[in-house]
Ligand binder design. Structure first.
Ligand SMILES: [Zn+2]
Length: 416
């Protein structure tokens, strides 16, 4: 009987029913922070400055600045009118490599709507990635970098990717129309940003000649050698080892692999390989596996497909969406095995960026806090002390007309 009643209710298409559904989330002021950039209490949680402003419209108010804001502010869902459930389903499908056209066909949405959701989710994931990874300073030990050739519509693009081997964490990604030094420089600069300074590091790459120079440029520190004015010298880290692995192919089959050290000794590299559990010989197997994951999950990266990317921007947002969901939501088989964690583990958990497996909803509704407010520096001459205004107890109205005035060359009193 119950089933029949449910079926009667759901007579329309599922997505239309889903669109009509309005789910109210419980309002909790203890987890909220003020997003106002001009507020001195911005980004602070648990300070008691947030109050519920409107339960019906689900808005909060900051007592410090008086501004009100929606519960969706700062999330991927901000400003969207469609129900959260539908958006999460569509984004989940996109992260599993479902082409946009299939979603358009299944849900009756506009193609531009789905593309804009993917772009929004990508921008949001970029912020989530930067916020969470920057909170932990990682001792990377072993990094692998590689690039993928992407065939778009009337363009060929390159996507550079880098990962930390011991935790399988996707670290950085860059999209470019050209495969030049700029691509390698930007990729390694991102890796450097998340890395603990002056630590032993092994970087394994393929035979692209741009990598060794970019690695040397990225991993160096400013050292002041002269007294007084003058530029600091840039000194390379003492223990950065660069390994190059070149695969020789014949008829699309690998016939020979050359492994060599471009910088550093093989003995030290073997120690770092053992420490990071990154294989017994120099390799790029881990980044190649990650490349395969990206190709599998990002529809526009699929070879010989009918839905290639039109824009470079779409590739970048797609990359961040896949990368962030891979880091935080995908349980990694190898990391979860008894050799590593022994229970369900994601790359972000292995890198100690979080302590649980996130859902796609968690990623999309993660609120990126603004930078904490810093009191502005006083510049220039200090202000004069404010002059004290004397207050008269018997407040008399100010005199509007002078006591004396000049009339026809003679001074006369008003009162006369
Ligand atoms: Zn505020």
């Amino acid at each position: 009987m119950k089933k029949e009643a449910l079926l009667e209710k759901c007579d329309g298409p599922w997505h239309l029913k889903c669109m009509q559904k309005t789910t109210k989330e419980p309002m909790d002021t203890s987890t909220q922070f003020c997003p106002n950039q001009a507020c001195s209490a911005r980004g602070q949680i648990g300070q008691g400055n947030i109050r519920v402003h409107d339960r019906k419209r689900q808005r909060y108010r900051c007592r410090s600045c008086g501004h009100t804001f929606s519960y969706r502010r700062g999330t991927m869902l901000e400003g969207l009118r469609k129900p959260t459930e539908l958006i999460v389903v569509v984004i989940s499908l996109l992260t599993y490599g479902c082409p946009i056209q299939a979603i358009v066909h299944a849900f009756g949405l506009d193609e531009r709507t789905v593309a804009s959701w993917r772009d929004r989710a990508g921008y949001h994931c970029k912020l989530v990635h930067q916020t969470r990874v920057s909170q932990a300073v990682l001792d990377l030990v072993h990094v692998q970098a590689d690039e993928i050739r992407v065939k778009g519509r009337r363009m060929t693009a390159w996507m550079g990717l880098a990962m930390m081997v011991s935790t399988r964490l996707w670290l950085a990604g860059v999209v470019s129309l050209t495969r030049d030094t700029g691509l390698a420089d930007r990729l390694l600069a991102q890796v450097r940003r998340w890395c603990q300074a002056v630590r032993p590091l092994l970087v394994c790459t393929d035979g692209w000649a741009a990598y060794p120079g970019s690695i040397r440029r990225a991993f160096r520190e400013k050292v002041k050698r002269t007294v007084g004015r003058g530029r600091s010298a840039l000194v390379a880290w003492p223990e950065v080892l660069i390994a190059t692995v070149i695969k020789h192919r014949k008829h699309r089959r690998v016939v020979e692999i050359t492994r060599r050290m471009t910088q550093g000794t093989i003995e030290r590299a073997q120690e770092l390989l053992t420490q990071s559990k990154g294989g017994s010989v120099l390799n790029t197997a881990f980044i190649e596996r990650l490349n395969a994951t990206f190709r599998e999950r990002l529809a526009t990266l699929t070879r010989r497909c009918r839905h290639a990317a039109h824009r470079l921007e779409a590739l970048e947002t797609g990359m961040y969406l896949i990368g962030c969901v891979y880091n935080f939501c995908m349980v990694h088989d190898e990391l979860s095995s008894s050799k590593h964690a022994g229970s369900a583990c994601t790359p972000a958990m292995a890198a100690k960026l979080t302590d649980r497996v996130w859902s796609v909803t968690d990623v999309l509704t993660f609120r990126v806090p603004p930078e904490p407010w810093v009191e502005p520096k006083q510049r220039g001459r200090p202000p004069k002390e404010p002059t004290t205004v004397r207050k008269c107890s018997s407040a008399r109205p100010p005199r509007l007309r002078p006591l004396l005035r000049l009339r026809k060359g003679a001074l006369r009193a008003f009162t006369s």
